[in-house]
Write a protein that binds this ligand. Structure first.
Ligand code: GDD
Length: 317
């Protein structure tokens, strides 16, 4: 393990010199799109110039022929512009970019500098244009994990309700396990190229919420529009997770709206499937099952701790 920082070129160069790596996966970034509006300069430095610092270190050290580089590019590059989809209605490797956040703009620099170093210096440097990928390890402030944690807590009686921003947004959500395998496959390919990794299915945030509640046997109905939209419990089919019918479990909070939003993302992974033989093992349903099972288990530990606390209080009375 080495300590490093994408804003520190000297330190990156030294680490790469010491390690003489065969492969570098640049997954380092400030990766939260909403936060990038608050820290635009920092994001430009880390996500944009940080990519250049790695490429340049490899070049200066004369490792161009030894070290293969994977750059974590993103579906945020497309910006969800409807007119830029291909004839079949998807974003693919030839779709134009139109980033909608400081994060997307910084990542577009990372994309092009990777391509430029590949062409200018004949380096094996590739972009994986990954659409959203989730797992039980997803950070708690990204929408999928925020939902699975909140739903688990509500189902166990640890939380009353929760708040989200734009429920209309649509994302192409895949499982991180499938996507990380593909990152590795990209660096094992014969030629350095850029690749779209996606499922080809898009789902609204609202439907993701319903699907998460369904995992614990709770059905919802959504009422109201825009900032007044709320979700209420209509049925509970599992003995373990019983809530009052009509209970309000979700409201919209405009704090979570973004100054510019990416409305809809859907990717076409045909190239990865046909040329590299990538076969995803998960769909959104199995991914959600994974995340909900993990978070329900995690939150049950809170219930155990809470009960133990109550017991201690009772004994001390
Ligand atoms: N985070 C968050 N929190 N998003 C919310 C909320 C909320 O309370 N309510 C609604 N959303 C909407 C966002 O407005 C967005 O349209 C969608 O949910 C997804 O938001 P995120 O989960 O934060 O992910 P993202 O799509 O912006 O970006 C992620 O995926 C990209 C593509 O792979 C990040 O992982 C990026 O780093 C990555 O590049």
């Amino acid at each position: 393990m080495h300590y490093g920082d994408l804003t520190d070129a000297m330190n990156l160069t030294r680490i790469i010199q010491e390690c003489q790596p065969d492969e570098i996966y640049n997954l380092g970034a400030m990766s939260h799109v909403a936060v990038s509006f608050d820290t635009p300069e920092y994001v430009g430095n880390v996500d944009g110039l940080g990519t250049l610092r790695i490429l340049e270190a490899v070049r200066i050290l004369g490792l161009e022929k030894k070290t293969r580089i994977y750059q974590a590019s993103t579906s945020e590059l497309y910006g969800g512009m409807p007119e830029n989809k291909n004839d079949k209605g998807f974003y693919d490797e030839s779709s134009p970019f139109y980033p909608r956040s400081p994060y997307g703009v910084a990542k577009i620099y990372g994309f092009w500098i990777t391509k430029n170093y590949r062409e200018a210096y004949d380096m094996f440097a590739c972009n994986g244009i990954l659409f959203n990928h989730e797992s039980p390890r997803r950070g708690e402030t990204f929408v999928t994990r925020k939902i699975t944690r909140a739903v688990s807590k509500i189902a166990l009686g640890l939380q009353d309700k929760f708040y989200l921003g734009n429920l209309e947004a649509q994302r192409d959500w895949g499982h991180a396990k499938d996507y990380v395998r593909m990152m590795w496959m990209i660096l094992q390919a014969d030629q350095p190229e850029d690749w779209v990794i996606a499922t080809g299915v898009t789902t609204t945030v609202r439907d993701f919420v319903s699907m998460a509640f369904n995992q614990v046997g709770i059905s919802l109905e959504f009422k109201g529009e825009g900032v007044d939209e709320k979700a209420y419990v209509t049925a509970c089919s599992k003995q373990e997770f019983q809530l009052a019918i009509g209970k309000e479990v979700l409201s919209v909070d405009p704090t979570y709206f973004r100054p510019t939003e990416v409305d809809l993302l859907i990717g076409d992974p045909s190239k990865a499937k046909n040329k590299l033989g990538w076969v995803p093992e998960h769909d959104l349903a199995s991914e959600l099952k994974d995340m909900m099972a993990s978070d329900v288990e995690l939150m049950k530990k809170d219930v155990t701790l809470l009960n133990a606390g109550h017991e201690i209080l009772k004994q001390s009375e």
